[in-house]
Design a protein around this ligand. Structure first.
Ligand code: HEC
Length: 140
């Protein structure tokens, strides 16, 4: 009897471990393609064409409707001197990481309520990742 109970306890522990391993296996941190992934970057460049209506993408270019995006990955949020940001961007802290860009570009108005960026967002996570891989190449 006692042995059976011990066996049951061991079985329960093994099952618990199995569930934990399965959960950890399913959990994956968000990752954009590497900027070295030239196919993803090329697709991202095409997908970013609508952004270029409002944003300059070249080094040293002047702001348009939106701030220039050269060097945006790793830049302070609302960090282009002299650009007239909305209060939402002026008061946001931190830098633009790939993860943060992913969140913002999915739905700008929801991610930063009050933003002046009147762009509906990129619904497809893969497309966002490709755009972000492209944005990462816009740096020295
Ligand atoms: C209709 C014009 C418009 C389009 C299209 C647009 N943006 Fe913007 N974007 C803006 C404006 C305006 C701001 C400044 C927002 C504010 O001050 O709230 C901005 C801000 C940003 C910022 C914050 C930059 C900073 O210096 O903090 C990022 C990043 C950005 N846009 C990326 C993109 C990307 C990527 C696309 C295309 C997928 C895009 N935008 C499309 C107008 C636009």
């Amino acid at each position: 009897m006692r042995r059976r109970r011990a066996a049951l306890a061991v079985a329960a522990m093994v099952a618990g471990l199995g569930v934990a391993v399965a959960v950890l296996g399913l959990w994956q941190p968000w990752r954009s393609p590497s900027p070295q992934d030239t196919a993803a970057v090329a697709q991202g460049r095409v997908l970013a064409q609508p952004c270029a209506v409002c944003h300059a993408l070249d080094r040293g270019a002047a702001p348009r409707v939106g701030p220039p995006l050269w060097g945006v990955v790793g830049r302070t949020v609302g960090g282009v001197d002299g650009f007239g940001y909305s209060r939402a961007l002026r008061t946001a802290d931190g830098i633009w990481t790939p993860e943060r860009l992913d969140h913002f570009l999915a739905d700008p108005a929801a991610a930063l309520p009050g933003t002046a960026m009147t762009f509906g967002g990129i619904a497809d996570a893969g497309d966002r990742a490709r755009v972000i891989a492209f944005l990462q190449t816009l740096s020295d």
